[in-house]
Design a protein around this ligand. Sequence first.
Ligand SMILES: [Zn+2]
Length: 233
Amino acid sequence: MASRSKQLWIWLAITALVALIVIPLWGPMRIAWRCYWLHENGVREQAEVMAKLPNANFALRVIDGPHAGEVCTADTSVAIYDDTEIGESLEVVYVEWKPGECELASTIEASGWLLWFVVAVIGSILAGLIALGVTLSRSFTRLVNPKRRMKVEAGEVRCHVCGEAMEEGYLPLVSGIQWRRIGEPIGLPHALKGLAGTVGWRGRPRLHAFRCSTCEIVSFQYGNPSENRPGQA
Ligand SMILES: [Zn+2]
């Protein structure tokens, strides 16, 4: 697959993931934003509970302030709904852009933090996904070389089994390469242990190598790139 079309697939997958995360959070986000706006800009008024409606909703009549006499509905938590009696007075903010609706001050206070929480969650997930996209996209386009080269002419390296010229390349490692002598116990091999220069604590190690695809043999050099060895270029 061409690198351009790989990149396209990477960004399509990232966009799909972003949509999968953002779409379900859109509802809570809107509610939180509305609560935050009302918290900052709304006029607090006292209202009397006229009736308790299904689904934890109240019908209220505003008794003071600029909307005195207006009737509005407000939803609340089940706990507040159960605790409140008809005739009680509650603090509300009238929703100017939706006549007939108000929010309880308690709801606004309780969900004000939700906006920042949701924004922080969405923000970090999106930043993480974009960073992942950039990293993946770079790994398909950036030209890389091994960190050090063996002191040999590429055309001169021959397969020790068939004698044919070996192809030059490098081994990108995802975990350390383990070495045991014949008959030696295997021990406990893991990704963060291995031959010098094969463990990727900082970035992915790249070992200069030669390959014979006929015999399926790879010959490579390991070791710390900063240390001088006889075979190092
Ligand atoms: Zn060979």
